[in-house]
Ligand binder design. Structure first.
Ligand code: WQD
Length: 390
């Protein structure tokens, strides 16, 4: 994990205090990057910044190496009037050549991500997720900051997940691609993505398309879109749990609400799916594995090892667990029973969504190392450390 990189280079992380952002910021610091976090605190808490600092300092003390710098810019990433002066601070002198920056890359997490809310408020999602991205990338380009890791989502596969087709990146491409099928014939894939079921997923697909066009227009850009499956768990320290300001809709934070007595029972949306036990199946990936996937993508991009200057990768384990598996695993780990009941399917859901993670393994030299059980153990530890476990 410890990379020997020039300490003067910096990584800019938008949404760096959020669930995935905070874990990635911590892993970046452990990998010896300096980090500048941009976060407007709309769905995160400022004390997360202090906890990341504490954990990173502890890691570097234990390894006897100097702690890189960590800085918080507590503004909205769309506020270019505060973004520009920040980027100015990291400019390198360049009289006639292209602008150069100490910022070696950007990881862009800041976005709205609640599927059901996106159905009720699509314009809010298009403004923040899409218009925000356009202005942000345009400003970065002016400062010569052109290595960009984009937080995308398996939601772009949508109903393709239930087509029985293996969920490979090739199912949703931005330009015509060819591949060799199982019988050795050359197949051509047309650009497009046909399975998206909600505005949130469409914002992610549209952002990927915008970034693919940007990369095609200027070879100076190196852009990676990471399609997350279902991030779960938390750092093993118990200090960086998933603690959204807004009421959770994702499975594990809802299970936590039941475990801590804030909710009386878990509603399992759908018990008649065509799956092993009738409940829906997902690819639950430990958030620390997911964070390390960003480090792998960043170093592959910075070392010029990407096959193209726009590339998508699935970040998943490659295997599925059902909703009921999650409940029984958490019960076994916590020694607590979790009240639940079967309920109707939720709008926009699919029965199964599991990654094919071959491309990430082969091109990023990354694969997951933690299990669903590890994730449940780490959540229980977070509850213990936070004094939330009753
Ligand atoms: C998982 C399974 C639910 C809550 C979403 C977004 C996706 C991505 C990950 C951002 C489903 C079931 C859930 C509950 C339940 N986010 N469930 N009871 O829907 O797979 O993906 O989060 O990129 O964009 O769509 O995740 O955790 O909401 O649901 O039964 O109270 O758990 O029906 O089958 P999902 P989820």
């Amino acid at each position: 994990l410890l990379r020997r990189i020039p300490i003067q280079s910096y990584i800019l992380v938008t949404g760096g205090l959020g669930f995935i952002g905070s874990h990635t910021t911590l892993e970046l610091l452990k990998a010896n990057y300096n980090v500048i976090v941009i976060d407007n605190l709309s769905n995160s808490f400022e004390n997360v910044f202090d906890r990341i600092s504490l954990l990173a300092q502890k890691f570097h003390d234990e390894n006897g190496i100097q702690m890189p710098t960590l800085r918080l810019h507590a503004h909205d990433y769309r506020d270019t009037s505060s973004l520009r002066p920040l980027l100015e601070e990291y400019q390198l002198p360049s009289r006639w050549g292209a602008p150069k920056s100490k910022i070696a890359g950007v990881i862009h997490f800041a976005a709205y991500k609640a599927v059901e809310e996106s159905i009720r408020h699509p314009l809010k999602y298009y403004a923040n997720n899409v218009s925000g991205l356009i202005d942000f990338a345009s400003t970065l380009g002016e400062f010569g900051i052109k290595t960009f890791i984009f937080s995308s989502s398996a939601t772009v596969y949508g109903t393709l997940a239930t087509s029985g087709l293996p969920l490979k990146e090739e199912l949703c491409v931005h330009k015509e691609e060819q591949y060799i099928d199982d019988v050795g014939a050359v197949q051509t894939i047309q650009p497009g993505c046909t399975g998206i079921t909600n505005p949130y997923g469409r914002t992610k697909w549209i952002c990927e398309t915008i970034l693919a066009d940007l990369a095609a227009s200027d070879p100076e850009w190196t852009i990676v879109a990471l399609r997350y499956f279902n991030p779960v768990g938390c750092d093993s320290s118990g200090l960086l749990g998933e603690d959204p300001r807004q009421a959770p809709t994702n499975l594990l934070p809802v299970v936590v609400k039941v475990m801590t007595g804030q909710y009386s029972e878990l509603q399992m949306f759908g018990s008649d799916w065509d799956t092993v036990d009738g409940t829906a199946v997902r690819d639950f990936i430990h958030v620390t594995d997911l964070a390390r996937g960003h480090i792998a993508a960043l170093s592959t991009a910075n070392e010029g090892k990407l096959t193209e200057n726009f590339r998508t990768f699935n970040l998943g384990t490659g295997s599925g667990n059902s909703v009921l598996d999650v409940v029984t695993t958490m019960e076994a780990v916590s020694a607590k029973s979790i009240p639940r009941k079967a309920a109707d399917r939720r709008a926009g859901d699919v029965g199964s969504c599991v990654a094919v993670a071959d491309r990430s393994r082969e091109e990023l030299q990354w694969k997951t190392q933690k299990s669903l059980k590890n994730a449940c153990e780490d959540i229980c530890n977070f509850l213990e450390v936070s004094g939330l476990s009753s």
